[in-house]
Design a protein around this ligand. Sequence first.
Ligand code: IMP
Ligand code: MG
Length: 174
Amino acid sequence: MKNKMEILIDEAKLQSRIKEIAEEIKKDYGDEEVVFCSVLKGAVFFTVDLMKNYQGDCLLDVVRVSSYEGENSTGEINLKIPLKQENIENKNIVVVEDIIDTGRTLKYLVEYLKKFNPKSVKTCALLDKKARRVVEFNTDYTGFEIEDLFVIGYGLDYDEKYRNFPYIAYVKND
Ligand code: IMP
Ligand code: MG
């Protein structure tokens, strides 16, 4: 598959934008503690780099959902690792996602989180495929808006592969 891939966002560009996002978030929360809630598995790489750049009080939590098989969203969200009430209640939550596509995952997660009475909930996605939105949803923090391309690398997979690339690439259809 490697010969059909093209780099979309290289490592340097990714890292400098992630630093900016961390600074943006810090500006908004100041001295208040933030819980970064990483959406497994795709957001793992992004969450780590975001937190390493975050110069303030923060905690890490994880949730696991899945909605994708191959290149197509099944539309159905499955929650595989649920959150604990005590980790959410009265806390400032920032949901960290690799990519927002149809919007279903983040919309579902924000609604789910609200049941645990957080102090606030915001969302942060490294990539945004705006043209593909099915449900109305805007993220609070966005790394890059991208075209309607199937992307891989930096956590993003194609059937579980290619997550290890330090850059974002897209699959060329020929
Ligand atoms: P949504 O619920 O449609 O917004 O989809 C979000 C999830 O779909 C993300 O967390 C990704 O796991 C997956 N996804 C969407 N687009 C891509 C892509 O281009 N490559 C890999 N995974 C994707
Ligand atoms: Mg995902």
